[in-house]
Design a protein around this ligand. Structure first.
Ligand SMILES: Cc1cc2nc3c(=O)[nH]c(=O)nc-3n(C[C@H](O)[C@H](O)[C@H](O)COP(=O)(O)O)c2cc1C
Length: 195
């Protein structure tokens, strides 16, 4: 493995969360971004309301809104991505999938979709089963889009663990360790030099 040649800060893009004010999936994605920022990254977050501003993806619609262009461009320029979803009915949410489908706009890029980039995955759910199934489903999506899911996925049982203080800060040490480990894997990711 070789070092990336750029000395510029890594750009890490987070996307995910729900409409809920205290969205746990959004908070965990933000926690991963904060760890990446502490390691020198520039970060940007597309949270639940930002994803809700995206129209339903229509493959026959060529025009893009400013919100759509902003997300596509951010992912295009990203060195790493963090995707967070609640477990909804055993899978990831429609809000998150709609945003991912918009990334079809990256299909013509030299670096197509998530190609060559690490993708950290975060799921919160009311039960462990949905944590596992949703993480697994998201990994399949990242593989399909040529990304590299980090070995550490963060699954949080939002009923059993209650990892946040009333001010939203992360107080569960096990979750914090997983968040840190994922951030280290994103920031430590090196792309093989291509001939
Ligand atoms: C429509 C809907 C479906 C859900 N389905 C499941 C499920 O299948 N399994 C589960 O464990 N939790 C399920 N939950 C609970 C959420 O996954 C859980 O509350 C999650 O932490 C919410 O994320 P948020 O805090 O980011 O909004 C569901 C919640 C909603 C609203």
């Amino acid at each position: 493995m070789t070092e990336n040649s750029t000395a510029a800060p890594r750009r890490i893009v987070g996307l995910g969360g729900t409409f809920r004010q205290a969205s746990s999936s959004e908070r965990i994605v933000r926690a991963v971004l904060a760890e990446c920022a502490a390691m020198g990254a520039e970060t940007v977050m597309f949270d639940g309301p930002a994803l809700a501003a995206l129209p339903h993806f229509n493959p026959e619609q060529a025009e893009r809104t400013a919100e759509e262009l902003a997300l596509v461009e951010a992912v295009r320029m990203a060195d790493g991505i963090v995707i967070g979803s609640p477990g909804y009915h055993g899978g990831y949410s429609g809000l998150v999938k709609n945003a991912i489908d918009l990334l079809e706009d990256l299909r013509g890029d030299a670096r197509v979709y998530f190609d060559g980039r690490p993708v950290g995955l975060v799921v919160t759910a009311a039960g462990w089963q949905a944590c596992g199934t949703t993480l697994s489903a998201l990994r399949d999506v990242v593989h399909a889009m040529r990304g590299w899911p980090t070995p550490v996925g963060v699954g949080v049982n939002s009923v059993e663990q209650r990892p946040f203080a009333p001010d939203g800060s992360l107080i569960d040490e096990a979750v914090a360790r997983a968040v840190r480990a994922q951030a280290e894997q994103i920031m430590g990711f090196r792309v093989e030099a291509r001939a």
